[in-house]
Design a binder for this molecule. Structure first.
Ligand code: CMC
Length: 426
């Protein structure tokens, strides 16, 4: 094994070097405190690997993304979301037989306790769907408090299928609740994404007619969002699960982490930003200047990425899909032109060039969702639905590898010891 040497205060400390299957190098500092007495400091984990993982490979310099060795381009163009879910969770694409069984097993678990409806109905109709989804996911534990034995593959399979069956129902229900529509159950054996689409869009007064363009677009978006290695929400799922909190509780925390505007919530923020630009008369340069202004907290939403410093391969696929979907649905949305022009203007601007800021996955996805009649506040919920198999895959990996509890250190910069002064003397 290769070793790295760290010299500090006249002391030389040898550290193991871990080499990944794509030759990524990590210096193992897990014994640093024991061997030297000091820790590493890295706010935001900008340069810290939290685990070794076999799920997803990401090369930010070259815009490469692979799930279990398959390129994202290949999967987005050829696979369906349930196949990708199986791939992420179990490491291999399912055979025809496994796929059929998966659908039937999901269908068997696709019922929620009727009392879940009562919980949903207590939310104001104006509540944000991400808050509702996170709370409802957490509430499912109350209806099935048994914990998963992680050494028992059958129990794990059952738990994962429960999530794959029940979360889409919750997604459809929070969508319908906002619109005041009756809550529907579907039939997953008719097709996983087909059923999700039907549960969302079926109207009580009309026969439901499936639109293939809509199903294919949702399928592609779900695949593109399915995993992204140790992002904020996935790290949250892993860290919550590392305390041996249950699967539903861990996933619910992941949903909350995803909600923020710097993470999954960016897709809603992007569309709101593009709409503002349009409503303000289309002055793109004003928004670019605002984003560059250090005295302004505004950022160009859907731009920049912690890992991608060249381009986000998902953004390329989504941009192309946005054109196709709008064309197939016969929609001419000026928002798409604003987005394209914003991308062109930013790509010529030295501020964005110097900082390697490019459109990310969230930049064009909202334009597709909008074309599919999915309202802004549901965008991040759709992201959560897509990320579900990724979260499950990481939770499984973390628990089966018996990773230690996640517990970062800190450098204390507060007051030194001082004496207590009673309230009447302060
Ligand atoms: N607009 C303007 N300036 C930006 C932007 C932006 N969108 N993103 C980064 N910068 C600047 C930032 O001000 C900093 O400048 P300086 O070096 O002069 O201080 C520099 O670029 C580096 O930024 P950072 O904040 O240190 O980078 P980070 O890796 O911590 O943050 C990010 C990554 C994605 C949070 C950030 O780029 C951002 O806030 N983007 C907008 C929100 C967004 O689109 N989020 C979705 C991310 S992708 C999907 C997902 O994770 O869900």
């Amino acid at each position: 094994m290769k070793k790295a040497k760290l010299t500090f205060d006249g002391k030389v400390i040898e550290l193991d070097v871990i080499v990944g299957s794509e030759n990524e190098i990590g210096i193992d500092i897990s014994r640093l405190k024991t061997d030297s007495g000091f820790i590493t400091l890295d706010p935001g984990f900008k340069n810290t690997g939290s685990c070794e993982s076999k799920v997803t490979f990401l090369d930010g310099e070259n815009g490469v993304l692979r799930y279990r060795g398959y390129s994202i381009e290949d999967l987005a163009n050829n696979a369906d979301f349930l196949e990708v879910s199986h791939l992420l969770i179990y490491g291999e694409l399912p055979t025809k037989k496994q796929y059929k069984k998966l659908l039937v097993d999901i269908q068997e678990r696709s019922v929620l306790d009727e009392d879940v409806k009562k919980i949903l109905e207590t939310f104001p109709r104006s509540a944000h769907p991400m808050g509702m989804l996170s709370s409802l996911t957490s509430s499912l534990v109350a209806f099935d408090p048994s914990s998963v034995d992680v050494t028992n593959e059958e129990e794990m399979y059952d738990a994962f299928l429960n999530l794959l069956a029940k979360i889409p129902i919750l997604v459809a229900w929070v969508f319908r609740r906002r619109r005041g529509l009756p809550l529907e159950y579907g039939d997953f054996s008719q097709g996983y994404v087909e059923n999700i689409t039907k549960m969302m869009f079926k109207m009580p007064n009309k026969k439901y007619v499936e639109n293939k363009v809509v199903v294919n677009a949702i399928n592609k978006l779900l695949i593109l969002h399915a995993d992204h290695e140790q992002n904020c929400s996935t790290s949250t799922v892993r860290i919550v699960g590392s305390s041996q909190a249950g699967l539903f509780a861990s996933i619910s925390s992941g949903i909350s982490a995803l909600w923020g505007r710097l993470h999954g919530g960016a897709n809603q923020a992007v569309l709101e930003m593009l709409e503002s630009i349009l409503n303000d008369g289309g002055d793109i340069s004003a928004y670019i200047n605002k984003a560059k202004d250090k005295n302004d907290t505004f950022r160009l939403m859907g731009f920049g990425h912690r890992v991608y410093k060249n381009f986000d391969p998902r953004a390329k696929i989504i941009k192309k899909a946005a054109h196709e979907v709008l064309h197939d649905l016969g929609i001419n949305d000026p928002i798409l032109d604003i987005a394209k022009n914003l991308e062109i203007e930013a790509s010529k601007d030295q501020y964005f060039i110097d900082r390697k800021l490019y459109p990310n996955v969230d930049f064009y996805s909202g334009i597709i969702y909008k074309a599919l009649n999915i309202p802004n506040e549901m965008f991040t919920v759709m992201f959560a639905l897509g990320r579900l198999p990724g979260w499950i895959a990481h939770w499984r990996e973390m628990r089966t590898k018996k990773e230690p509890i996640g517990r970062p250190r800190q450098i204390y910069t507060g007051e030194k010891l001082r004496e207590f002064i009673s309230i009447d003397k302060r």
